[in-house]
Design a protein around this ligand. Sequence first.
Ligand SMILES: CC(C)(COP(=O)(O)OP(=O)(O)OC[C@H]1O[C@@H](n2cnc3c(N)ncnc32)[C@H](O)[C@@H]1OP(=O)(O)O)[C@@H](O)C(=O)NCCC(=O)NCCS
Length: 350
Amino acid sequence: MRRSEYEMPRADAIALLARAPAVTVATVDPQGLPHLRVLHPVLVDDALCFHGAVRGERAGMLGWPAVASVDEVVAGAPSYFFDPVRACPATTFYVSVQVRGVIQAVTDPGRKAAALEALMRRFQPEGGYATIRADDPAYVGPIAGVAIQELPLTDVIGKAKLAQNRRPADVVHLLERLWERGAAGDPAAIERIAAANPGAPRPAFLRGPEGVTLHPALAPADLDAAVALVADTYWNEGVDPTVIRRAHLGAGAWVGARDRHGALIASARAVGDGAKHGWIYDVAVAPAHRGRGVGAALVGLLLEHPLLRQTLQVHLQTRDAHGFYRRFGFVELDPGTTRPRMVRRRPTTR
Ligand SMILES: CC(C)(COP(=O)(O)OP(=O)(O)OC[C@H]1O[C@@H](n2cnc3c(N)ncnc32)[C@H](O)[C@@H]1OP(=O)(O)O)[C@@H](O)C(=O)NCCC(=O)NCCS
């Protein structure tokens, strides 16, 4: 790769291949003619595996040199983020992976069964079928009748173009513009670009109290820590942790705070229509970090999240933190009840 700062660690490249819904594969036939196909492979034992008919177009690819490619757009950045007049700075931040090699046939029934089972789990995760095993009489015939091909992951090149070539001040500027724009995917893009540029200072909206960073888009990798923060609260009494996990994954906004070692010390989420109503849930700061401004910084970030920032009414319900929320303009709707609802109203524009 020409620019080494864009090189992606192999583990990240493999993870991108594993989550890609489809892979584009280019091959060249013995006559030198190029062929391009979109395939739906799975990763099995360090190879990209895909299936096809024993006779058919794909069967002919065996032994051909191939390049498989996947990419994800992280954020499109318009020119006016960087220059008020000239169109030149418009750019795209993205991650991509290419795998080069030669397409080979998988012939061992056990490996074919493993590839087919991996395909089923990937594309029919709800189950509803008998596990594919090479020694299951019901599958012996079908396994023999289907072709499995693989592209070994020996030559893998991953590229992450996430502003690593920019000056620290320009990275800060980019993160601020993305937050200001607040398009779908921008909070997650902020996380990825900030993580790719650890040397750049964090903009003010991503800084909490001393030693604490704020995060506008938590990810599935944060689920265990977030559930640990809220599972024992009074409002989650009797709620199964798997339901709490799904609630976090289904939230339109899920923000957090981390200590200087990267551990999640606070989490909050919101759902809403982005216009009239939003609801805040599962706000919690780890006990050891309470009382030093983490909760206030986190709720401030959540209220400024694109999901809530224009919302006319933001609602929540709490048993005892009313004073904490009043500071943000929330008022009690039904004082005197055990868990009063609170609402924060924005003035309508007409
Ligand atoms: C409520 C909670 C999120 C506050 O987080 P925190 O980091 O401790 O709060 P902060 O340090 O940012 O406090 C900001 C201000 O709010 C005040 N405050 C904090 N918790 C409060 C509460 N329960 N009631 C009234 N005021 C509170 C603080 O005293 C502080 O005031 P100050 O600026 O005058 O010093 C945290 O205590 C927590 O996780 N509690 C358990 C879970 C919970 O009750 N969540 C809210 C229910 S939706």
